[in-house]
Design a protein around this ligand. Structure first.
Ligand code: HEC
Length: 95
């Protein structure tokens, strides 16, 4: 587990976006989806344990606008393909 978090942090640094050090998800996401993938309020979806391929597809759809949500369209635009891949892998592995 520790190894996963460390390799995720390293990958995040390589991708060049502002990722939270060590907790696996970008800081900007944590106001709504916790670092563990749990939602902050019931209206927001849980991400923990979701299929990585699904999370990746959802984030790309928000980024290119084919899936519409005012919050997510804005936030997904800040993510690179690498970020999306790593976030999806990370959340899929949370309990
Ligand atoms: C302001 C609150 C907010 C922030 C910040 C936010 N999200 Fe979301 N997120 C939501 C809401 C609300 C939805 C559900 C939108 C919908 O109905 O399509 C969602 C949906 C998602 C989904 C799809 C879940 C599913 O089951 O289809 C993913 C993946 C996701 N968010 C990841 C992220 C990531 C990664 C970040 C940071 C880059 C982020 N979110 C930032 C509120 C937020």
């Amino acid at each position: 587990m520790k190894k996963l978090v460390l390799s995720f942090a390293a990958a995040s640094m390589l991708s060049g976006t502002a990722m939270a050090a060590g907790d696996g998800a970008p800081q900007i996401c944590l106001g709504c989806h916790k670092a563990t993938g749990e939602s902050v309020i019931p209206e927001y979806p849980k991400l923990n344990g979701q299929n990585a391929a699904y999370l990746e597809k959802a984030l790309k759809a928000y980024r290119d606008g084919t899936r519409k949500n005012d919050h997510m369209n804005t936030f997904a635009k800040t993510l690179t393909d690498d970020d999306i891949h790593h976030i999806a892998e990370f959340y899929s592995k949370q309990d």
